[in-house]
Design a protein around this ligand. Structure first.
Ligand code: PLP
Length: 423
């Protein structure tokens, strides 16, 4: 690296040498990622070709959005890719939480019970479920839906406890594929398959729901392939490919997706209305880019795991471990290091690099959170970003990177900054 650039980005020279060694050692791990990208790129191309995607699909609709064929092609392509009967992909979902809440709330009735099979859900869902008080009494709990949290056993789903918790009023089993802010590893598809078998052997009407955030295109199959009934995710994460400017998706059995559509719009309107505001090209092109962008993010996560392990920190997953999401956890040694790490990621980015991230209380989150998101799309976490709740054990979550070169640079800057603190 040229001296002036090394200085600009504040990178320790000894880490640069380490980076070269890591990349030599990581060749076979990177080539596994490339195999995955090759496969998922073909899956996405086939799904778009199966819709005979044409230029006129890309422009979208105005007003009511009747007969928006680009929107319908997008829904069908997602259904094929998520391996489900139907999908609802909309810019009208304000976030992943909104898509998840819509899918869950549309498919649970008063008196039914929700089982949380992968223990506590992602922070923003606690308000949706009613685990924390919802100020306007609009949570699932307020609606009269009960819930039961099943703690993990040996860091994975306790199938026997899930089976025991199932009763005649069980309406849904929630499973979160990614680790989110928890310290457990992400779930493997065969573990999700076991939940489906457990639930459906008791009662095939129990809806197995998967929060698919951060999991899309990280494996060769998606949850629909193992019989998951309903899933949802965010377009400013993996499947938006860094291009979708907002939105979310729900996919699953026809009836369950139709209910979500009625909840998003209105009974009777369902999925037939909803102008796409000129966003179709970005959503479709983003989907086309998504397998590649996920691959870049995965390589960045692998590099970060190897780098921080080499300089003495605990990481999860390890560099050579199989991955089920794009998140890399690094365990730091206190709030100063967490802040330094996030400041460095912020300083590495293309947008708002001069801005200093500060820990703050965010709607839906319990502890103060620091977020580094030097991104083109605000809060997009398929773009290089890092976040951490400021609480022991000081886990920082690093994810994304539309290009590996940027992800690698961010990791080198974060490691340099953390090492400079302790000297
Ligand atoms: C990001 C995320 C969500 C919520 O998505 P938002 O778009 O931030 O609302 C839900 N679950 C998991 C596991 C996530 O990573």
């Amino acid at each position: 690296m040229k001296d002036n650039l090394r200085k600009h980005f504040n990178i320790l020279p000894e880490l640069e040498e380490l980076a070269t060694d890591i990349e030599i050692d990581s060749r076979s791990i990177f080539s596994r990622v490339e195999d995955l990208v090759n496969y998922n790129q073909m899956r996405v191309l086939a799904a778009l070709q199966n819709q005979q995607l044409s230029d006129w699909h890309l422009h979208g609709s105005t007003g009511y959005g009747y007969g928006d064929m680009g929107r319908e092609a997008l829904d069908k392509a997602y259904a094929e890719l998520m391996q489900t009967e139907a999908a609802l992909v909309r810019p009208h979902f304000v976030s992943g939480t909104h898509a998840i809440a819509c899918a869950m709330m549309a498919n649970l009735k008063p008196g039914q019970k929700l089982i949380l099979a992968s223990a506590e859900p992602y922070d923003t869902l606690e308000g949706v479920i009613g685990m924390t008080k919802a100020p306007l009494a609009n949570s699932l709990t307020d609606m009269g839906v009960g819930y039961e949290v099943i703690p993990l056993k040996n860091n994975t789903i306790d199938l026997l406890a899930v089976e025991k918790a199932i009763s005649p009023d069980t309406g849904m089993i929630h499973v979160q594929r990614s680790s989110g802010y928890a310290s457990r590893p992400a779930l493997k598809m065969h573990e999700i398959a076991q939940v489906v078998q457990t639930a459906h052997s008791k009662n095939k009407n129990i809806i197995v729901f998967v929060d698919n955030c951060y999991g899309e295109f990280v494996e060769e199959i998606e949850p629909g392939a193992v019989g998951v009934d309903l899933l949802a995710g965010s377009l400013i994460k993996n499947p938006g490919g860094g291009l979708a400017i907002s939105g979310g998706y729900v996919a699953g059995k026809e009836l369950y997706v139709a209910r979500a559509a009625e909840r998003l719009t209105a009974p009777g309107l369902a999925n037939e209305l909803g102008a796409t505001f000129g966003q179709l090209r970005l959503m479709l092109q983003g989907l086309f880019i998504a397998p590649h962008a996920v691959g870049e993010a995965l390589k960045g996560a692998i590099f970060t795991a190897a780098l921080f392990k080499k300089i003495g920190f605990k990481v999860s997953p390890d560099a050579n471990a199989p991955r089920q999401d794009i998140i890399q956890m690094v365990q730091l040694q206190g709030p100063e290091q967490v802040i330094a790490f996030c400041e460095a990621i912020q300083a590495s980015g293309p947008v708002d690099a001069h801005v200093r991230p500060m820990p703050s209380q965010l709607p839906g989150y319990i502890d103060p959170v620091i977020m580094a998101a030097p991104t083109f799309i605000l809060g997009s976490s398929l773009e290089l970003s890092a976040d951490a709740p400021l609480r022991p054990p000081y886990h920082v979550f690093y994810q994304g990177g539309l290009t590996y070169a940027h992800a690698r640079l961010g990791a080198l800057m974060a490691a340099s900054r953390v090492l400079q603190l302790s000297t």
